[in-house]
Design a protein around this ligand. Structure first.
Ligand SMILES: Cc1ncc(COP(=O)(O)O)c(C=O)c1O
Length: 424
């Protein structure tokens, strides 16, 4: 059988201080050379930065870009920094003996460690398969779980409101292996199916279980948000196939690393084959960076309250989310135009106390059924994603709660000013 956990080390070669100094020298030289070239006064502010600070700027909260965690990672400085020499990690292969032949042993170890520290998933008896984001793993899992001998494509279903990417992921490739089958709650066909269960759910944060429950059906658990900054951890997930992603777990969406915990070695192997066909593995650079980031997260949890880690990453995330949700609720109450879902409170085994879900998206419902909520927000220069994209109604709109402070502040201010009076 395959082993997972051989250790790989890599060296830190340049300090943060040195890099800062180099960057500042480079910036000065660059500025000087531009001045000489054009002889015009310069400010090195990108168009995006200058736009950001205009009061009437458009606030784009359409995408769930998790950049609010930047603040934590800035404080971690050198601890969360890696440098990889030019000659290292050049091979397609990794040094481990995992079924997933491109999985770096160090990342494998840190994934196992993090789940142990957080207590949100059983890893014993599971194979780890990594992908370029969990997006690639969703496709790999649909490929692996589809019925190979069926004359028809396997139906992919999920309960409304579902993650807006599932329909296009299932349909746009026009494969004969699987196809989008729509809302799981109304699925009645006597055909092979895969149900995607997202819990907590994107967009509405609800906690979910499979709804079709038919013999022979397969279930794919997308647990991108099953982390203690978003929801109470009530028990370790114990499913046949669960997906996680560093995008939402640590905020490093740009690294594009996701992982699957898979019980059945045949399914795991098919997923590996799919990734092999697509990208012949997953970036080693990203894997090593993610391993370091996950190790800092685990250490911050194990040593929370120490001088090195005054607060755990999830303590920080939960505090920030709690503050944001409380401000949004006040603004929504003041506005009187919208409602938000109620979230349950439960004992979180990670925080060791009762906590309430603080989900990554606000699922706003305009109480006027006729109203197109995305269009309403757009009139106030806020971009959200219409409920229609999630199989729901246009009076719902999803807004990301994970943007930077300045955008979130302006969003809350603007929401509080959308009143019936302002719209009449
Ligand atoms: C429920 C869910 N699954 C998967 C993904 C894809 O994440 P990744 O960045 O790992 O591809 C997202 C991204 O928003 C998501 O919300």
């Amino acid at each position: 059988m395959f082993n997972f956990c051989a250790c790989v080390n890599f060296k830190q070669e340049t300090s943060d201080e040195e890099r800062r100094r180099d960057a500042s020298i480079r910036k000065k030289k660059f500025k000087k050379s531009l001045k000489e070239a054009y002889n015009v006064p310069l400010t090195l502010v990108s168009p995006r930065e200058s736009l950001n600070y205009r009061e009437d700027r458009i606030i784009n909260l359409d995408v769930g870009d998790p950049i609010m965690y930047e603040k934590f990672w800035k404080k971690m400085g050198k601890k969360a920094t890696i440098v990889i020499s030019g000659w290292r990690y050049m091979s397609y292969l990794s040094g481990g003996q995992s079924l997933c032949w491109f999985l770096e042993p160090d990342l494998c170890q840190q994934i196992l460690r993090l789940h142990r520290v957080v207590g949100n998933a059983i890893t014993e008896g599971r194979y780890i398969v990594i992908g370029t984001g969990s997006s690639q793993l969703i496709l790999a899992a649909l490929y692996a779980l589809s019925s190979p001998n069926s004359s028809q494509p396997t139906n992919v279903v999920s309960a409304i409101p579902y993650h807006s990417s599932y329909p296009s992921m299932s349909d746009d490739l026009k494969t004969s292996v699987f196809k989008w089958g729509g809302d799981a709650t109304t699925y009645e066909k006597d055909e092979p199916y895969i149900e995607i269960v997202t819990s907590p759910n994107n967009p509405d944060g609800s906690l979910r279980e499979p709804v079709v429950n038919r013999t022979g059906g397969k279930v794919l658990h997308d647990l991108a948000y099953y982390w203690p900054h978003y929801t109470p951890i009530t028990a370790p997930a114990d499913h046949d196939l669960s997906l996680f992603t560093s995008s939402k777990c640590t905020g490093h969406a740009g690294s594009r690393i996701g992982w699957a915990l898979v019980k059945d070695p045949e399914v795991a192997m098919k997923m590996v084959n799919f990734i092999e066909m697509n990208t012949i593995g997953v970036s080693k650079d990203s894997q090593l960076r993610t391993a370091r980031i996950l190790s800092v997260v685990s250490s911050s949890c194990e040593q929370a309250g120490s001088s090195e880690y005054p607060e755990s990453f999830y303590g920080f995330g939960h505090r920030l989310m709690t503050e944001r949700w409380s401000r949004l609720k006040q603004a929504v109450k003041h506005s009187g135009m919208f409602t938000l879902p109620d979230f349950p409170t439960a004992h979180c085994t990670f925080h060791g106390q009762q906590t309430q879900s603080r989900t990554a998206f606000a699922w706003l419902k305009c109480e006027d059924d006729e109203e197109d909520s995305a269009a309403l927000l757009q009139r106030h220069r806020i971009i959200g994603r219409s409920g229609v994209s999630f199989g729901s109604e246009a009076n719902f709109v999803r807004v990301s709660m994970m943007d930077r402070d300045d955008n979130f502040d302006s969003f809350v201010q603007r929401i509080s000013k959308i009143t019936r009076l302002s719209e009449d």
